[in-house]
Design a protein around this ligand. Sequence first.
Ligand code: JFZ
Length: 426
Amino acid sequence: SAAAAGGPGTNYASDDPFTSSRTAWWRDARFGMFIHFGDYSNWEGEYTRPDGTVCRDAEWIKRSCTIPMAEYEQKAATFNPRNFDANAVVAAAKSAGQKYIVITSKHHDGYAMWPTRQNAWNLRDHSSFDKNRDILAELKKAADAAGIKLGFYYSIWDWHDPDFVADFAAYKQRMYAQLKELVDGYHPALLWFDGEWTTDNPTNNWNSQDGEALEAYLRGLDRNLIINNRVNKRRVSDGDYGTPEQEIPAAPVDGQLWESCMTINDHWGFARYDTNWKSGPTLIRNLLATSSRSGNYLLNIGPDGLGRVPAGAAQQLKLIGDWSGTAGQGAAVYRAGYPGVVAEPGWGTVSRQGNDLYAAVTQWPGAGRPLHLTATAPFTVTSANVLGSGQKVTVAKAGDGFDVTPSGNATNAAATVIRLRIAPAA
Ligand code: JFZ
């Protein structure tokens, strides 16, 4: 049976996600693309009620705007994301320097974005889309070709399947079957669960036995899977990593790998009136803050009803990749983490790779003005240089640490990176 692989208390990963080769790609990656895309995208963020008033929301529109299920289903029947172009999506991720993609295979509304055999509430059987296309397969192929890992978001909570409330055991059986279809059919590198937190029906509350059994089942299907903590109760021990949402923790999280997911505008799913794109510099700084605290940044985009990546989102994504692809500045992000030997300064962030510290300066002090680093462990600095600049940088012991003084201008307005080669004290 599904749960036979382990009982409560089993260490399902059977290896330490902090050091396992299984999670190595994810720990190095630091930056991924989240994609919220479903039949809800077809509403484009707006529902006009029978009385003519307008209600706005994105992937939650069914619930927020209390759209009757029959009407919601009718709209899904018109869903035709004919312009979805997996190669364009992967190219956008690549342009940003994103190393993995996590796309909604099924959000809370229960609509499957692949031709599931468990019900007809899916993109092949309930849409106006080309019956020969399978966007998850297309994305898998494009991602593989580009060396980008693909993962699936899957909502445990389901608004469409009546058994979520009426017969939870029957619902769970279909859920297991859907997940088996996904794992066996598309070989995702990662599963990103959500909706375990619902109190939609208290008697059906997702409990820790449910979470442990599901995690064991999935690891039995593919031992290399990376699974987020929302598979269970989000304890430090659940899944492989924690999932702070719309915020970047102020420091590394004790005993837990983590990934901060964030919208690039103000919605997860597409909303045609939402053009509040976070700027390139803001996103670059968020990415630096994340890596300097040993986390990953999962930045979301919401394709429109036709499946197109919004141009405004693509523009900001490219600015991030342009920055990280210049003068080796990406070394401050990829494979980099918490420095351990210095406190986070007020003028930027500091990340570390081996014996290289990457001081990413967001407030450039000006030529001849020092940047102070407070040391939290003894070390010496053997060399310092500004990436992308030949300027001289002096480093002098000062007070509780070092003064690092550049002699010239910043090389980048968002973040200029100073590399400090260090020798930890013996
Ligand atoms: C969930 C979804 O409801 C939402 O649509 C989106 O997919 C997002 C990534 O995840 O939203 C949440 C989940 C958890 C919390 C808040 C919103 N939480 O723990 O505070």
